[in-house]
Design a protein around this ligand. Structure first.
Ligand code: SF4
Length: 296
């Protein structure tokens, strides 16, 4: 590998996906691959050996070089993996990356399903940061089917509480919501009620988007829902740049319910890649929460 060709900091969404409303930002993944094996995961369509986690070669060295050359944009970590795989406990590469972002003064949004993120609350509390933790349900059994190797909901909730107690803004990504699977009124109500009680700073939600490989996994795990999902996504749904969406009116109905519950608890809300006018939060991805910290 030629060291000049190595770049670990990339502009987010260089393909300009038509429904992406994110502000300009960078994306970085300290690791390749992800061990959570979420059945709805989309990285399986473009990452080689997607479930095998490996650290990127000389990551911190090249990442620091990239930061020195970069414009001062927010950094999102990570979008095609989880920055807290089990090996991070020992390797501390993500922790090193966070320290560099703090040193060079970049706003940071962390995206994770791991409670290990709370280990780094000491650094995160003292820099422009916000943490987005994904929770698709509070039901441990359902979570095990959806995200078989990710920490269970109660551990993620504990991490949210720790981060909040240290003053780190926390976003919960209630996504994806899969019609007929985790879109029940009960699931939506109990989830948002819990988040309201904890006092999270934003909820980001979106519906499941189907690609052939993740659709086969989802319909394989939820066999009794397979016909209904096929109808929703492949008969009635719409296609955006090769990705299958549920019909717009169904997506609106589901996400409006989340928004209404969020309103009830005064939690800013946004949708991700939906093209639906439901946002109440200043930015769809919560970057304002990181940027506005320490501003009086
Ligand atoms: S955490 Fe994200 S990258 Fe990892 S398996 Fe789940 S959906 Fe894929």
């Amino acid at each position: 590998m030629n060291h000049l060709s190595v770049r670990y900091l990339h502009l987010f969404d260089p393909w300009n996906f038509p429904l992406c409303t994110c502000p300009r930002k960078y994306s970085v993944d300290p690791y390749t691959g992800c061990e959570h094996r979420c059945i709805y995961c989309y990285i399986t369509s473009y990452v080689r050996e997607p479930w095998r986690v490996r650290p990127k070669k000389d990551f911190l060295k090249y990442f620091e070089r990239d930061l020195k050359r970069a414009a001062k944009l927010p950094v999102s970590m990570s979008n095609s993996s989880d920055p807290y795989p089990k090996m991070e406990e020992e390797l501390r590469i993500t922790r090193g990356a966070i320290s560099l972002l703090k040193r060079y003064d970049f706003p940071l949004i962390i995206l994770t399903k791991s409670d290990l993120v709370s280990r780094d609350a000491d650094i995160l509390a003292d820099m422009m940061s916000a943490v987005a933790i994904t929770l698709t349900t509070t039901d441990a059994e359902l979570a095990r089917k959806l995200e078989p190797f990710a920490p269970p909901p109660e551990r993620r909730i504990k991490a949210i509480e720790i981060l909040k107690s240290r003053g780190v803004p926390v976003i919960v990504r209630f996504d994806p919501i899969i019609p007929t699977i985790n879109d029940s009124e009960e699931n939506i109500r109990s989830m948002v009620k819990l988040l309201g009680e904890i006092g999270v700073d934003q909820i980001i939600s979106s519906t499941y988007k189907a690609k052939r490989d993740n659709f086969l996994r989802v319909s394989g795990v939820f066999k009794s829902k397979a016909d209904k999902l096929l109808e929703i996504y492949y008969k009635r749904g719409e296609v955006v740049r090769g990705i299958r969406y549920a019909p717009r009116e169904l997506r609106f109905k589901i996400l409006l319910q989340v928004r209404r519950e969020a309103d009830r608890y005064g939690i800013p809300f946004s949708v991700c890649r939906e093209g639906l006018p439901l946002n109440t939060a200043p930015t769809c991805d919560g970057t304002h929460l990181a940027i506005e910290r320490f501003k009086e």
